[in-house]
Design a protein around this ligand. Structure first.
Ligand SMILES: [Zn+2]
Length: 217
């Protein structure tokens, strides 16, 4: 069995730094085998023999965000905005994540707006920023706040607005079995929080008259 490898987890500022022991690939595959047995199936039958290795490989993709620093994507900003002082908006960025309670898929769209203070960032970088946070075990609330906080800290804009609409498979395929329900979370900072007109401009641009029961700010 390959030696376990020590990795430093990226933890939030509020939590003390903690070193986690990352299991080896063989250990991870053995765990999947155990889960297959737990379902009542035979991990040695032909169709399932390669499944543990496929699942572990899929995990590498689904949880690729742990190995990445989201701030890296925002470092290269463009300082020349030519006096542009309106909202920069990226609508309908698709995200694929997994809820940290059931490890079930959460799929949806994110709308990002910010009011630049001299610095803007390439739109593909915003999409990558979303991916870094989405490709981790998440709650939608936390992901919304993390994306907003990162943009705010690096770009230092006049304001940041994030709205996330997500469909949670843990709610659709198990538990209450409610389909066609989207969860909406939002985070409004700076001008989007303080100025109703700016917030409204953003909401109209993403096709919303309001955030429903979640009043921003
Ligand atoms: Zn869940």
């Amino acid at each position: 069995m390959a030696k376990s490898e020590k990795i430093k987890t990226q933890v939030k500022k509020s939590a003390p730094a903690k070193t986690l022991i990352k299991p080896s690939r063989e250990e991870a595959e053995a765990a999947v085998r155990t889960l297959i047995q737990w379902t009542g199936d035979d991990p040695d039958r032909e169709g399932l023999v390669a499944t543990p290795s496929r699942v572990v490989k899929a995990f590498e993709e689904w949880y690729a965000g742990y190995g990445q620093d989201p701030r890296e994507y925002l470092r290269r900003t463009f300082d020349e905005v030519g006096g542009y002082d309106e909202i920069v908006l990226l609508r309908n960025i698709r995200f694929e994540s997994h809820c940290e309670h059931h490890m079930a898929p959460v799929i949806g769209r994110i709308h990002i707006g910010y009011l630049p203070r001299n610095r803007v960032v390439g739109i593909s970088k915003l999409a990558r920023l979303v991916d870094v946070y989405a490709k981790r075990l998440q709650t939608q609330e936390k992901m919304t706040a993390e994306i907003a906080g990162c943009l705010d800290a690096i770009l230092k804009p006049y304001g940041v607005a994030i709205v996330v609409e997500g469909k949670h498979q843990c709610m659709e395929t198990r538990g209450v079995h409610k389909t066609d329900v989207s969860m909406v979370t939002s985070r409004m900072l700076g001008a989007f929080r303080d100025q109703p007109q700016t917030r409204q401009e953003f909401l109209s641009a993403i096709g919303r008259s309001s955030l429903g029961s979640r009043t921003p700010g």
